[in-house]
Design a protein around this ligand. Structure first.
Ligand code: DC
Length: 223
Protein backbone atom coordinates (compact mmCIF):
# COMPACT_ATOMS: atom_id res chain seq x y z
CA UNK A 1 0.00 0.00 0.00
CA UNK A 2 1.45 3.39 -0.90
CA UNK A 3 1.06 5.50 2.21
CA UNK A 4 1.25 9.23 2.58
CA UNK A 5 4.49 10.86 3.63
CA UNK A 6 5.01 12.67 6.90
CA UNK A 7 8.12 14.74 7.45
CA UNK A 8 8.58 16.11 10.97
CA UNK A 9 10.85 19.04 11.82
CA UNK A 10 11.44 19.57 15.53
CA UNK A 11 13.91 21.65 17.51
CA UNK A 12 14.33 24.56 19.90
CA UNK A 13 12.89 28.07 19.55
CA UNK A 14 14.05 30.22 16.64
CA UNK A 15 15.91 27.37 14.95
CA UNK A 16 14.06 28.31 11.75
CA UNK A 17 11.69 25.35 11.88
CA UNK A 18 8.51 26.99 10.64
CA UNK A 19 9.98 28.98 7.77
CA UNK A 20 12.09 26.00 6.70
CA UNK A 21 9.12 23.63 7.00
CA UNK A 22 6.97 25.95 4.92
CA UNK A 23 9.61 26.26 2.23
CA UNK A 24 10.34 22.51 2.16
CA UNK A 25 6.61 21.81 1.85
CA UNK A 26 6.34 24.20 -1.08
CA UNK A 27 9.38 22.61 -2.75
CA UNK A 28 7.91 19.13 -2.39
CA UNK A 29 4.29 20.10 -3.11
CA UNK A 30 3.27 18.84 0.35
CA UNK A 31 1.21 20.62 3.01
CA UNK A 32 2.72 22.39 6.00
CA UNK A 33 1.30 22.27 9.53
CA UNK A 34 2.85 24.53 12.21
CA UNK A 35 1.92 22.99 15.59
CA UNK A 36 3.34 25.99 17.49
CA UNK A 37 0.69 28.17 15.82
CA UNK A 38 -2.02 25.99 17.40
CA UNK A 39 -0.52 26.39 20.90
CA UNK A 40 -0.35 30.12 20.24
CA UNK A 41 -3.96 30.22 18.94
CA UNK A 42 -5.17 28.43 22.10
CA UNK A 43 -3.29 30.93 24.26
CA UNK A 44 -4.68 33.84 22.26
CA UNK A 45 -8.23 32.45 22.53
CA UNK A 46 -7.83 32.25 26.32
CA UNK A 47 -6.49 35.79 26.39
CA UNK A 48 -9.78 36.97 24.85
CA UNK A 49 -11.75 35.61 27.83
CA UNK A 50 -11.84 37.32 31.25
CA UNK A 51 -9.09 36.82 33.86
CA UNK A 52 -5.37 37.55 34.16
CA UNK A 53 -2.94 34.83 33.02
CA UNK A 54 -2.52 33.72 36.65
CA UNK A 55 -6.15 32.52 36.56
CA UNK A 56 -5.77 30.52 33.33
CA UNK A 57 -6.60 26.92 34.21
CA UNK A 58 -6.47 23.99 31.80
CA UNK A 59 -10.31 23.70 31.55
CA UNK A 60 -10.59 27.45 30.83
CA UNK A 61 -7.95 27.22 28.07
CA UNK A 62 -9.64 24.16 26.55
CA UNK A 63 -13.01 25.85 26.65
CA UNK A 64 -11.64 28.97 24.91
CA UNK A 65 -9.78 26.78 22.41
CA UNK A 66 -12.98 25.00 21.37
CA UNK A 67 -13.55 27.76 18.80
CA UNK A 68 -10.22 27.14 17.06
CA UNK A 69 -9.79 25.40 13.74
CA UNK A 70 -7.06 24.98 11.13
CA UNK A 71 -8.09 26.12 7.67
CA UNK A 72 -6.07 25.10 4.58
CA UNK A 73 -4.65 28.14 2.75
CA UNK A 74 -2.05 28.00 -0.01
CA UNK A 75 -0.55 24.65 0.94
CA UNK A 76 -0.41 25.60 4.60
CA UNK A 77 -2.90 25.99 7.43
CA UNK A 78 -4.06 29.14 9.16
CA UNK A 79 -5.51 28.94 12.68
CA UNK A 80 -9.01 30.40 12.95
CA UNK A 81 -11.01 31.48 15.98
CA UNK A 82 -14.79 31.28 15.51
CA UNK A 83 -14.06 31.12 11.78
CA UNK A 84 -11.90 34.28 11.72
CA UNK A 85 -8.32 33.74 10.52
CA UNK A 86 -5.66 34.62 13.11
CA UNK A 87 -2.51 36.43 11.99
CA UNK A 88 0.11 38.34 13.96
CA UNK A 89 -2.14 38.54 17.03
CA UNK A 90 -1.00 35.00 17.98
CA UNK A 91 2.51 36.49 18.38
CA UNK A 92 1.50 39.30 20.76
CA UNK A 93 3.53 39.86 23.96
CA UNK A 94 1.09 38.15 26.34
CA UNK A 95 0.77 35.08 24.11
CA UNK A 96 4.55 34.86 23.73
CA UNK A 97 5.03 35.18 27.50
CA UNK A 98 2.32 32.65 28.43
CA UNK A 99 2.36 30.05 25.67
CA UNK A 100 5.07 27.87 27.28
CA UNK A 101 2.92 27.46 30.41
CA UNK A 102 -0.20 26.74 28.35
CA UNK A 103 1.80 24.19 26.32
CA UNK A 104 2.65 22.34 29.53
CA UNK A 105 -1.02 21.54 30.24
CA UNK A 106 -1.42 17.89 29.33
CA UNK A 107 -5.03 18.24 28.18
CA UNK A 108 -4.01 21.11 25.90
CA UNK A 109 -1.20 18.99 24.44
CA UNK A 110 -3.63 16.15 23.72
CA UNK A 111 -6.04 18.58 22.08
CA UNK A 112 -3.34 20.20 19.90
CA UNK A 113 -2.05 16.77 18.87
CA UNK A 114 -5.53 15.79 17.67
CA UNK A 115 -6.01 19.08 15.76
CA UNK A 116 -2.63 18.64 14.04
CA UNK A 117 -3.23 14.96 13.22
CA UNK A 118 -6.66 15.75 11.76
CA UNK A 119 -5.27 18.54 9.57
CA UNK A 120 -2.53 16.24 8.31
CA UNK A 121 -4.85 13.30 7.62
CA UNK A 122 -4.75 12.00 4.07
CA UNK A 123 -2.05 14.42 2.88
CA UNK A 124 1.69 14.39 2.36
CA UNK A 125 2.77 16.81 5.07
CA UNK A 126 5.64 18.65 6.67
CA UNK A 127 4.82 19.28 10.35
CA UNK A 128 6.97 21.33 12.67
CA UNK A 129 7.12 21.76 16.43
CA UNK A 130 8.83 20.24 19.45
CA UNK A 131 7.48 16.70 19.69
CA UNK A 132 6.11 15.94 16.22
CA UNK A 133 8.58 13.10 15.61
CA UNK A 134 8.28 11.60 19.10
CA UNK A 135 4.66 11.95 20.26
CA UNK A 136 2.45 13.06 17.39
CA UNK A 137 3.89 11.24 14.35
CA UNK A 138 6.18 8.52 15.78
CA UNK A 139 5.89 6.63 12.44
CA UNK A 140 6.86 9.63 10.27
CA UNK A 141 8.81 8.73 7.12
CA UNK A 142 11.51 11.28 7.91
CA UNK A 143 12.32 13.16 11.10
CA UNK A 144 14.56 16.18 11.25
CA UNK A 145 16.03 17.68 14.42
CA UNK A 146 16.92 21.26 13.56
CA UNK A 147 19.38 23.08 15.78
CA UNK A 148 21.57 26.17 15.65
CA UNK A 149 23.90 27.95 18.02
CA UNK A 150 21.87 30.25 20.38
CA UNK A 151 23.85 33.36 19.38
CA UNK A 152 23.12 32.72 15.71
CA UNK A 153 19.45 32.00 16.41
CA UNK A 154 19.22 35.28 18.32
CA UNK A 155 20.97 37.16 15.52
CA UNK A 156 18.59 35.77 12.87
CA UNK A 157 15.50 36.48 14.96
CA UNK A 158 16.57 40.11 15.54
CA UNK A 159 17.54 40.61 11.92
CA UNK A 160 14.03 39.49 10.94
CA UNK A 161 12.33 41.60 13.62
CA UNK A 162 14.38 44.79 13.16
CA UNK A 163 15.11 44.54 9.43
CA UNK A 164 18.77 45.45 10.08
CA UNK A 165 21.92 43.87 11.44
CA UNK A 166 21.67 43.88 15.28
CA UNK A 167 24.49 45.01 17.61
CA UNK A 168 26.39 42.54 19.80
CA UNK A 169 24.62 43.97 22.88
CA UNK A 170 21.21 43.38 21.29
CA UNK A 171 22.19 39.84 20.29
CA UNK A 172 23.49 39.13 23.82
CA UNK A 173 20.17 40.20 25.40
CA UNK A 174 18.16 38.17 22.88
CA UNK A 175 20.41 35.13 23.41
CA UNK A 176 19.70 35.32 27.12
CA UNK A 177 15.93 35.35 26.44
CA UNK A 178 16.21 32.48 24.02
CA UNK A 179 18.15 30.31 26.44
CA UNK A 180 15.47 30.95 29.08
CA UNK A 181 12.74 30.06 26.56
CA UNK A 182 14.59 26.83 25.69
CA UNK A 183 14.67 25.95 29.40
CA UNK A 184 10.91 26.59 29.74
CA UNK A 185 10.12 24.40 26.73
CA UNK A 186 12.73 21.72 27.54
CA UNK A 187 10.37 18.98 28.74
CA UNK A 188 8.32 18.98 25.55
CA UNK A 189 11.25 19.53 23.16
CA UNK A 190 12.36 15.99 22.43
CA UNK A 191 14.73 14.67 19.80
CA UNK A 192 13.47 11.43 18.24
CA UNK A 193 16.07 8.65 18.32
CA UNK A 194 15.65 8.16 14.58
CA UNK A 195 15.86 11.89 13.71
CA UNK A 196 18.47 13.32 11.35
CA UNK A 197 20.25 16.19 13.10
CA UNK A 198 20.85 19.29 11.00
CA UNK A 199 22.83 22.13 12.53
CA UNK A 200 21.98 25.26 10.56
CA UNK A 201 24.49 27.58 12.30
CA UNK A 202 26.64 27.75 9.18
CA UNK A 203 23.96 27.01 6.56
CA UNK A 204 21.92 29.49 4.55
CA UNK A 205 18.19 28.91 4.45
CA UNK A 206 18.25 27.69 0.81
CA UNK A 207 20.98 25.19 1.80
CA UNK A 208 18.99 23.79 4.71
CA UNK A 209 15.81 23.61 2.62
CA UNK A 210 17.62 21.76 -0.19
CA UNK A 211 19.27 19.35 2.26
CA UNK A 212 15.94 18.45 3.90
CA UNK A 213 14.06 18.27 0.57
CA UNK A 214 16.76 15.94 -0.83
CA UNK A 215 16.42 13.66 2.22
CA UNK A 216 12.62 13.69 1.86
CA UNK A 217 12.79 12.83 -1.86
CA UNK A 218 15.17 9.99 -1.14
CA UNK A 219 12.94 8.54 1.57
CA UNK A 220 9.77 9.05 -0.52
CA UNK A 221 11.28 7.27 -3.54
CA UNK A 222 11.83 4.12 -1.46
CA UNK A 223 8.23 3.85 -0.21
O1 DC B 1 7.36 27.38 17.77
P1 DC B 1 6.62 28.47 18.53
O2 DC B 1 7.52 29.46 19.20
O3 DC B 1 5.53 29.11 17.74
O4 DC B 1 5.91 27.66 19.73
C1 DC B 1 5.09 28.31 20.64
C2 DC B 1 5.10 27.57 21.96
O5 DC B 1 4.48 26.31 21.84
C3 DC B 1 6.47 27.32 22.60
O6 DC B 1 6.40 27.65 23.97
C4 DC B 1 6.69 25.85 22.45
C5 DC B 1 5.31 25.28 22.36
N1 DC B 1 5.22 24.13 21.48
C6 DC B 1 5.18 22.90 22.06
O7 DC B 1 5.25 22.78 23.30
N2 DC B 1 5.04 21.79 21.27
C7 DC B 1 4.97 21.91 19.92
N3 DC B 1 4.83 20.81 19.19
C8 DC B 1 5.04 23.19 19.32
C9 DC B 1 5.17 24.28 20.13
Amino acid sequence: MSSRHVLTIDGPAASGKSSTAQWVARTLGWRHVDSGSVYRAATFARQQSPGTPATWTEPSVLSAAAGIGLTPVDGSFVPTLAGTPLGDEIRNLVVTAEVSRVAQMSGVRQWVNRVVQQAAEGHDVVVDGRDMGTVVFPDASLKIWLVADPWERARRRLQQRLGRGPSDEEIAAETDELVQRDAKDATQTVQARDAVLIDTTYLTQPEQVERIAALARSVASKR
